[in-house]
Design a protein around this ligand. Structure first.
Ligand code: AHR
Length: 496
């Protein structure tokens, strides 16, 4: 018999609010992340709203996408914003040197990005070009976006291009991966540049939070230098951490489908490192910023496998399975545990790239298992986190020994409590008892995302293989919730 996972939910000890933007998305000019995936243009035979795919817009709205980071990624440090304004068709065509060497015709630019955000209704996050740009270029872009109607040359130019009112820029990224594709810089040099760019990028339309290019994985020296040199001039530090099977490397990341159980286990082991990285980066940030004014923005996270066979390897296309759903649940629980410091995040990437919400092929669209996890976690957006302590058996596979069950809980803005239970064991259902401290509840029911195989997924031929199912197999008696969480599943229970 499987040992019982015993847990306590302390509803009487509320933690910090989980910022909605933790459920943010990343959309880069990469493969079909934007072109074909979001933007098809007004003349397309694919149903669209002024050029934006109608099916994609509806699907994204349904999960309350709170924020979209754009235009990159590595693309951002080669992007010149003037290429993407003015009459469509007259914009310069360039080569996307980072992603597949394809032509970039700049049909999707600043106006199209803000048009997308107007439709989705979320916070805006624009990444500035530090690697190959200048502080002047960035400050002019910010002026173009935010200067009040009719005030400056750039505000008038924006109006001539069709948008008189200024936009709000909620986040400004100061370069991307400046240690790598953003310019191969030393941390100290990048921090000096960050100070310089931050000084001259001034929003004329409300607060604009400045996000420095931060570390990847366990690069703690980078965090230390950036906080020491630029900490006072930034509002956030980006952390990038991608999940791949732990025993694989960047040249052989393993397949998205049809993988052995060992790769399931090593993927889980790798993704759980997110907790260690956030904890340690956050401790370094505490040295310079004990009040946690500067957020840790995990603005690139998710799985990265070998590309779909037959696809352009520069397009980073991959299928998305129950393994990805479990990875998503684990990471969202980790973010909930660090809600004090992690106040914004972006999964890479929203459509057609890496761990996507949606996959498209011509006029067809499919919602991935990861999409459905984001749907399950909607009540976490802006909710108060509630601490959950937990003792759980280990799932063992080869050298990997992993705590089987992960949990997080919140009280949403209407007062209702929700609990997420993720079982990463692909073989065994996990019995769980959860003591409810400081909470009067008599019933629990919800929805579950699971599958019959480790790589169960949705395809264009079978788009509904993995969808959330109602879950009613939980009992609440004498202040304790009891249930059994099926193997390889993400379960969200609503308590009443
Ligand atoms: O998300 C794909 C790429 O991964 C991004 O462009 C870059 O920032 C990271 O290395």
């Amino acid at each position: 018999p499987v040992a019982i996972t015993t847990a306590t939910l302390n509803a009487d000890k509320p933690g910090p609010v989980m910022h909605p933007d933790v459920f943010g998305q990343f959309a880069e000019h990469l493969g079909h992340g934007i072109y074909g995936g979001i933007w098809v243009g007004r003349g397309s035979r694919i149903p669209n709203d002024a050029g934006y795919r109608s099916d994609v817009l509806a699907a994204l709205k349904a999960i309350n996408v709170p924020m979209v980071r754009w235009p990159g990624g590595c693309f951002a440090d080669e992007y010149h914003w003037r290429d993407g304004i003015g009459q469509a068709g007259k914009r310069p065509t360039k080569v996307n040197t980072n992603w597949g060497g394809v032509n970039e015709d700049n049909a999707f630019g600043t106006h199209e990005y803000f048009g997308l955000m107007d439709r989705l209704g979320g916070s805006t996050y624009v990444s500035a070009n530090v690697g190959s740009g200048t502080p002047a270029e960035t400050s002019q872009w910010v002026e173009y976006m935010t200067a009040p109607k009719g005030t400056t040359m750039l505000a008038k130019e924006r109006e001539r291009n069709g948008h008189a009112a200024p936009w709000k820029v909620r986040y400004l990224g100061i370069g991307n991966e400046l240690w790598g594709c953003g310019g191969n810089m030393r941390a100290e040099y990048a921090a000096d540049l960050t100070n310089q760019y931050a000084q001259f990028a001034k929003s004329a339309n409300g607060p604009m939070l400045k996000i420095a290019s931060g570390p990847s994985d366990s690069n703690y020296d980078w965090t230390d230098a950036m906080m020491r040199i630029a900490g006072k001039n930034i509002d956030g530090l980006a952390l990038h951490y991608y999940t791949r099977p732990r025993d694989k490397d960047w040249n052989d990341k393993g397949a998205a489908l049809g993988f052995p159980e060992r790769e399931w286990a090593s993927t889980m082991a790798h993704t759980l490192l997110m907790d260690e990285f956030i904890t340690k980066h956050s401790a370094i940030m505490d040295k310079y910023d004990a009040a946690k004014r500067v957020m840790l923005a995990v603005d690139e996270w998710g799985t990265w496998y070998d590309p779909t066979p037959g696809s352009n390897p520069g397009f980073l296309e991959q299928q998305n399975s129950i393994r990805d759903a479990v990875v998503a649940g684990l990471n969202l629980n980790i973010f909930a545990h660090h809600a004090d410091r992690v106040r914004m995040a972006a999964i890479a990437q929203m459509v057609n790239v890496l761990q996507a919400m949606l996959l498209t092929d011509g006029a067809r669209m499919v919602k991935t298992p990861t999409y459905w996890v984001f749907d399950l976690y909607k009540p976490w957006q802006g909710a108060t986190t509630l601490p959950v302590t937990l003792t759980t058996p280990y799932y063992h596979k080869d050298e990997f020994a992993l705590p089987a069950v992960s949990a997080s809980a919140v009280r949403d803005t209407s007062g209702q409590v929700h609990v997420a239970l993720v079982n990463l064991d692909p073989n065994r259902a996990m019995p769980v008892t959860l003591s409810l401290a400081g909470l009067q509840a008599t019933q629990a029911s919800g929805r579950i995302v699971t599958g019959t195989t480790m790589d169960a997924h949705n395809s264009f031929a079978a788009p509904d293989t993995v969808t959330p199912q109602p879950f009613n197999a939980a009992q609440v008696a004498n202040g304790t919730l009891s249930t059994t969480v099926p193997a390889k599943s993400v379960l969200v229970l609503d308590l009443r």
